[in-house]
Write a protein that binds this ligand. Structure first.
Ligand code: ADP
Length: 166
């Protein structure tokens, strides 16, 4: 049976760190489904449709990766998709406490689903979607951190804001 990993997150927007993790996971799993949460509470910069489109473009080169959105309980979604694992990234100790809590809670909710943590290349261990947005909003260069489509989308978002401020 195919081993499917579900990689959930907000991906606002997807970064090279996220992609590094997908690439690593594809060495272990047969398929990776990137599951984009609405995360309304986080007030995302990009709409769910924009995030899905940007991820689709970014993962085109990975034959065994695909993108979907999900609502509701993550473990329910994983069960429906016949996933064997939830994939999460660990960049630094600061990620650990929250991730541990989530992994234990998800295990409580469904004992058959494992959470697998992977570490990105050290080049991306400092990278967060939040920092990328911050740099882009200040007119900084983000091309080393995100795929080219995301770079363009960020410039587009902040250009309009900048024009209004000026
Ligand atoms: P969430 O709202 O679930 O935190 P994110 O899109 O911020 O959504 O992150 C999704 C997952 O990707 C998390 O497990 C996070 O630790 C991981 N992640 C985020 N940035 C990186 C990175 N630079 N390298 C590796 N993993 C990352």
């Amino acid at each position: 049976m195919k081993k499917i990993a579900i990689y959930p997150g907000t991906f606002d927007p997807i970064t090279n760190g996220h992609l590094d993790l997908v690439e690593r996971a594809l060495r272990i799993f047969d398929e990776v489904i990137i599951a984009v949460a609405q995360s309304q509470r986080k007030q995302p910069l990009f709409s769910i449709r924009e995030r899905l489109n940007l991820i689709r473009l970014a993962v085109k080169r990975f034959e065994r990766a695909r993108v979907e959105t999900f609502n509701g309980l993550l473990v329910e979604y994983v069960r429906k998709k016949k996933g064997v694992a939830i994939l999460r990234g660990l960049r630094a100790v600061s990620d650990f406490e929250y991730e541990l809590q989530m992994a234990h809670m998800n295990r409580r909710l469904n004992t058959n689903i494992e959470t697998v943590f992977m570490m990105p290349s050290e080049d991306y261990s400092f990278l967060t979607s939040t920092i990328v947005k911050e740099i882009a909003s200040l007119g900084g260069d983000v091309k080393d951190f995100v795929p080219v489509e995301v770079e363009k989308a960020l410039i587009g978002k902040f250009k309009i804001v900048g024009d209004i401020v000026e």
